[in-house]
Design a protein around this ligand. Sequence first.
Ligand SMILES: [Zn+2]
Length: 430
Amino acid sequence: MALILRNARLIDPQVGLDEVADLLIRDGRIVEVGHDLTAKTYVERDLSGKILVPGLVDIHVHLREHGFELKEDIASGTRSAAHGGFTAVCAMPNTTPITDNALAVEYVKARAAEVGKCRVLVSGACTKGLGGETLAEMGDMVAHGCCAFTDDGRGIKDTGMMRRVLDYAAQFDRVVMPHCQDDELVGKGQVNEGVASTRLGLEGWPAEGEELEIMRDIALCRLTGCPLHIQHLTTKRALDLVRAAKAEGLPVTCEVTPHHLVLTEDHIGDDYPTSLKVNPPLRTAEDAAGLIEGVVDGSVDVIVTDHAPHAEWEKDREFELAPFGMIGLETSLSLILTYLVDKGIIDYNRMVELMAIRPREILRQERVALEAGSVADLTVFDPNIEWTVQASDFLSKAKNSGFIGYELKGRATDVYVGGYATMENGVVVE
Ligand SMILES: [Zn+2]
């Protein structure tokens, strides 16, 4: 039976489409885009007033399963993703056991196939146990469907080891996604070093702890030719390094999170909100403005959440003792709509590039476009819904968002993965 989605405003810069029209879907793929479409047998949905775009993908998500199911698991994490409008996420390997071999890759794939509400792409560790000393079984993981490599959560200290990781990944045309952090320089840093660390009396985390490692990894990218994707970049100078690398023609891309765009170190008040303790830390207002410039001019390739769920008791501690990270899947799209699109800083086309097109390109995934033949992974949102972020509304097991109480405009309402609804009218389909 065919599915006809009617009267949504279809936006896809890949095919130069921005008009109110219908989509006819059969066997998981788009069959036709046009007006007054019909089929022999079909069900239809009226999406008047809503915007439909190629399905959103978040390439930096911590699903926590195996090992940390008290924070999140694949069932709850992918429900959270669907609720936020995502059709796919890329799971980070810092679980227990760590995803550094084919069996662990297979586990995540199998579990996602069983209980997932979106596609789950699996990234593998660069080094065994994220230890930075021995190569992980990268080739074997690629053979089992691993789409990228990262030791997310820490930097790879040994420059020779990082070079081997890049040399090895390049053979498989897989991107390496470093969490750029000089661990020794960052030390026990809690917040951005400078005004914030002085004001709060907390140990500082210098911007240079990130920038030095980005500089090194770009140099190694030049040496090896391996595609390099800088995770959660946070400073203006770091972005200038990426700009220069791109101008040189190096295969370097980068991502930023909504929290590093919308929040700054100034938001961390003297109530020491642990929900704003993130890695890398919130930086200065000048940095955030610089990142937004990069989102506009194309230096930033992708928006990701770095969705990092933690149990309430873990965050409900002194600032220094609380773990780093905040959740993001259920607020990401709405934050980008509210703070960038609605303010006229970027348009819908650019948003689709940042959240649907570039993520797939970087992870070597099949293109999804609003055209006949494409897989029907689709995100539908209502740009006019006004809502207040509430912990009780999250489908994530965790509630550690830095945006509770924020009033946002625009929200995902319907999501289709391979032509099947995973969310309808704002409710995740069970
Ligand atoms: Zn990270």
